[in-house]
Design a binder for this molecule. Structure first.
Ligand SMILES: NC(=O)c1ccc[n+]([C@@H]2O[C@H](COP(=O)([O-])OP(=O)(O)OC[C@H]3O[C@@H](n4cnc5c(N)ncnc54)[C@H](O)[C@@H]3O)[C@@H](O)[C@H]2O)c1
Length: 322
């Protein structure tokens, strides 16, 4: 049986991926600097608490491992990545550099890096009504934030390790993954979770604040679909960057309305134009991933957001001591 390492396995995507692989009988080691306390039940074979900015810890994590899903990163939603630059660059460059080097030293058979839609250039994302971003659109490069530059740099570093050291690489570009058991408070939460929390917290009737004018658009991919996509990529022979996301474009106002509907509350929206909102529009083109991996999302946004809202609603009640 293959031995698998998931870094960032104490976080959102990593814990869902670990639970699935563990349920399939794999040996699954997770490594993270901290573990979200709402991850339920036993979901891995071995759990290491390690700071992966330190090379010795990366060597420890990759010892005896066949396949690495390298998901550990210092990251968050738009509020976080537009206010923290140096720590994101510093921490993630160290994690990814030491993880790749450790993978070479410990003769890991395959190494997957979690890149991001944030690698795509500003000039392709200036209006709400944007066409989906194709993988080749990443160049000429002009990512929006330090976070995007770091992801693009690591994609290049992956290719360099492939050329010089023969590392068998996979690169997933995730587009707005959402679902239960993701960060929903504390400043690192992303738009879907932040909106669910605001709706869950507000009185009925009530009012919530939307960051920006609400007209910016994004596409959102449910966590179960993401897990299946990333597994398909790891098991494929495809070694270039590939989108894992959805191509259903929706405005932030539209997403908020959907969550408000599923709450059953009477809620009005006001807009904070001074808050960060990121690029004006971003969508994923899935032509390549459908062809190469025969994968596309199966869970509708309505169903996925409903599940996410119910989970965050439960957490908000718990936080209030209910
Ligand atoms: N969620 C998304 O929509 C999305 C989109 C694009 C890319 N990604 C990428 O996917 C990966 C997983 O994202 P996620 O949404 O699960 O985020 P997350 O924050 O829930 O998980 C990342 C994990 O990395 C861990 N980590 C941070 N610094 C560390 C360190 N020094 N040592 C060890 N562990 C450390 C964190 O503690 C956290 O548990 C990240 O690389 C992220 O950049 C996610």
């Amino acid at each position: 049986m293959e031995r698998i390492l998931i870094t960032g396995g104490g976080g959102f995507i990593g814990s869902h991926l670990a639970r699935y692989l563990y349920s399939q009988g794999y040996f699954v080691r997770v490594a993270d600097i901290k573990y979200d306390d709402y991850i339920e039940g036993k979901y891995c074979s071995e759990r290491l608490e390690l700071d992966l900015r330190i090379s010795q810890n990366c060597l420890k994590a990759t010892e005896g491992i066949d396949k690495v899903y390298n998901l550990a990163a210092n990251m968050g939603g738009i509020g976080f990545i537009t206010s923290v630059f140096a720590d994101i660059m510093h921490d993630n460059v160290l994690i990814n550099t030491h993880m790749l080097e450790a993978a070479v030293q410990n003769k890991v058979k395959r190494f997957l890096f979690s890149s991001s839609a944030c690698v795509y250039p500003n000039y392709k994302q200036t209006t709400s009504d944007v066409p989906g971003l194709k993988e080749e659109d990443a160049y000429p490069a002009d990512p929006n934030e330090a976070y995007g530059w770091e992801k693009l740099f690591t994609e290049e570093m992956m290719k360099s390790y492939q050329i010089d050291y023969g590392v068998d690489i996979r690169i997933a570009r995730f587009h707005n993954i959402y679902g239960p058991e993701g960060t929903y408070k504390g400043g690192k939460e992303k738009a879907p979770a932040a909106l669910c929390r605001k709706v869950a917290e507000v009185s009925d009737p009530g009012e919530i604040t939307i960051w920006g004018d609400g007209k910016a658009t994004r596409s959102f991919c449910y966590i179960d679909d993401c897990v299946q996509g990333v597994l398909a990529l790891m098991e494929s022979g495809y070694d270039k960057p590939i989108n894992i996301g959805s191509d259903r474009l929706i405005s932030i106002d539209g997403l908020a309305d959907m969550i408000i509907d599923s709450s059953g509350k009477k809620i009005t929206k006001k807009h904070d134009l001074s808050a960060p909102e990121g690029v004006k529009g971003r969508n994923a083109d899935l032509t390549l991933v459908k062809k190469v991996l025969r994968w596309e999302p199966q869970v509708s946004l309505e169903e996925g957001m409903g599940n996410t809202y119910r989970w965050i609603g439960m957490m908000v009640k718990k936080d209030r001591g209910g």
